[in-house]
Design a protein around this ligand. Sequence first.
Ligand SMILES: [Zn+2]
Length: 170
Amino acid sequence: MSSRTGSSVLQRAYEDFNDRYFGGKLPRYRVEVVDRVSSARESGEVNRRAKLIRIQRNLLNVMRETLIHEMAHVRTNDFHGPRWKAEVQRLLQLGAPISPDELSRAPAVTREMVAGVASNLLCDRPGASFRDFVCWIADQHLCMSPAQALRRFPWIRRVYREAQEDSGTA
Ligand SMILES: [Zn+2]
């Protein structure tokens, strides 16, 4: 299958899944099949700024599962935490082609993930302070209080500063 065919098949699958499992409410994303995505642990990735989903080339069934996984990220956040898992649960109940094994994924809070969340926030709200960021990531992504988030992940301060520098808002 050429990459163009793969991409257009997956693009149609995005629109079909959006209608079938998300009430057509997900924003319009472009879907691209690529040889390799940037994270070694994932087989797909979401770029919210570019409204783009990249899926690593594989068998069509596997790519469709990856697509649903990424669509659950689009609907929730970039982590495999409680909000994302609740979304996967909802999709399983609707009979979406996604494996129940997804629910046992560790909710990895990595530097890469936090940096992605920071740059998404700075894209939407260029003046957001570190305090704004902590409150937002704690509530939306980590499901804990800002104080807990800072205690468990003290390094997020540095990641946020780097994201501010990258985006020219420091
Ligand atoms: Zn994921």
